[in-house]
Design a protein around this ligand. Structure first.
Ligand code: SF4
Ligand code: SF4
Length: 82
């Protein structure tokens, strides 16, 4: 896993804006910028569909909700959608 560079091109690739779990904090690009200050209702997370997720070998999802969880973002296999 590599750190995702904070660039306008990478931010434009972020899928958070269309994610059904997205809250109304006005933010996105959480894997780089850090978690949301607002609560997140964890449903579906689009991170593992994001080109940066595969391109930088990310392994976690729900980057927006790290603060809410109080620890690391969730591992993808904890959030398998049936
Ligand atoms: S980090 Fe995941 S759950 Fe949160 S808004 Fe982005 S895609 Fe959705
Ligand atoms: S991995 Fe998730 S938070 Fe990071 S750019 Fe992609 S959709 Fe946004």
């Amino acid at each position: 896993m590599e750190d995702v560079p904070d660039s306008p091109e990478n931010e434009a690739s972020c899928l958070c804006g269309n994610c059904p779990s997205k809250n109304d904090d006005g933010l996105r690009f959480y894997c780089v910028r850090g978690p949301s200050p607002a609560p997140v209702n964890r449903g579906f997370c689009a991170c593992n569909w994001c080109p940066l997720w595969s391109g930088y070998a990310l392994t976690k999802v729900f980057h927006c909700a790290i603060a809410e969880a109080g620890d690391e973002p969730a591992a993808l296999d904890e959030y398998v959608i049936d």
